[in-house]
Design a protein. Structure first.
Length: 344
């Protein structure tokens, strides 16, 4: 195919450059050789001291650079594919574990009653949360069904109710505005995945759902993979500065818990938040450091490696920069320094 000859020639030239580099290194090494030892002998000794693994590694680096120089468009496409695949597999794991870390200090537990059945679910208060746990307790009522479940238009609920709203369709500020106007006490927002299926076929356990959207706006759902509703943790709700602070407290729950509450309410069951409890940070962070941090670090390292321009170039500045940040992050987590690990 076109370009093959150019590639071969470039690789040969690169290999020749490597040989010259190895020989020229020998010139600098003569200073420590005993007097009277021949130059040829010193070169042989230098080359013999190099391990086969080292030579193969350097040859691969040069060869990879040569292929990149010969066919940059194909190399760039290959890099884009690596990054795309990593975003679909590695990034969701990084996001989930980091959100778990964030939740150790900020998350709360909602103690619910579903007509005699007690259930405890994890929730993440919004950035504008007042800190009053009691603001999240009370009877839970859905904002509506179908499009109305997203809370992006005016709706009505009993005054003082905790309104359950699906994520998506509009930003958080708009949802909070309509909930406050309706007289709700607070909002529980559940991370519902966008879907092409009719609403009556959504939020049913076991269904395979497609993503439904290729681009996302503020407030759109982020959980789920391309083909199935995979759990991805929680998201911290926030609004733009110019929108101001919402006048109503809110917390987010994940897809699984949100779906279970929707199913219960759809069947006519009474759902009520009885109590709200804070997490114990110190107990959680020790467990995270032992169990989750090694896995998170491994995924972060794997994702940083796919950022390099040439596949074989392990010394890419991008990799080194991300490695430095990752190590700083690990140290901050081990020191339990929340401000520092957020910065890194």
């Amino acid at each position: 195919r076109s370009g093959s000859l150019l590639t071969s020639v470039t690789v040969l030239l690169a290999a020749a450059s490597l040989s010259l580099a190895l020989l020229s290194e020998g010139e600098g090494s003569r200073a420590w050789l005993p007097s009277g030892e021949s130059h040829v002998g010193s070169q042989r000794q230098l080359l013999a001291s190099r391990s086969r693994r080292s030579l193969l590694k350097e040859s691969a680096l040069v060869g990879g650079a040569a292929l990149w120089a010969a066919e940059p468009e194909e190399a760039m496409a290959f890099r884009s594919d690596r990054i795309f695949n990593a975003k679909a597999t590695v990034v969701p794991r990084i996001r989930s574990r980091y959100q778990k870390l964030e939740g150790l200090r900020d998350d709360v537990k909602l103690i619910l009653d579903l007509e005699g059945e007690r259930r405890t679910i994890q929730a993440r208060p919004a950035t504008w949360f007042s800190g009053l746990e009691s603001s999240l307790d009370g009877p839970v009522i859905m904002a509506g069904i179908g499009e109305q479940s997203y809370g992006c238009n005016p709706f009505t609920v009993p005054k003082g109710a905790v309104v359950l709203i699906a994520r998506g369709r509009c930003d958080f500020a708009k949802k909070m505005y309509f909930a406050n106007e309706a007289g709700a006490k607070s909002v529980i927002l559940y991370d519902a995945k966008m879907s092409k299926l009719p609403f009556e076929q959504q939020n049913v356990s076991g269904l395979i759902r497609s993503k439904g959207v290729t681009t996302r706006a503020a407030g759109d759902a982020l959980t789920g993979s391309a083909t199935s509703p995979v759990e991805r943790g929680l998201t911290l709700m926030s609004t733009e500065k110019e929108e101001g602070k919402p006048e109503i407290d809110a917390a987010m729950i994940n897809l699984v818990n949100g779906t279970s509450l929707v199913e219960a309410l759809t069947k006519g069951k009474t759902v009520k938040v009885l109590d709200v409890q804070r997490n114990k940070f110190e107990e959680g962070i020790d467990k995270f450091i032992k169990k989750d941090l090694p896995k998170l670090s491994k995924d972060m390292e794997g994702y940083s490696l796919v950022q390099r321009i040439a596949k074989d170039d392990l010394f890419d500045p991008r990799v080194k920069l991300l490695e430095k940040d990752r190590i700083a992050f690990e140290e901050a987590v081990k020191k339990k320094d929340q401000a520092e690990y957020k910065r890194t």
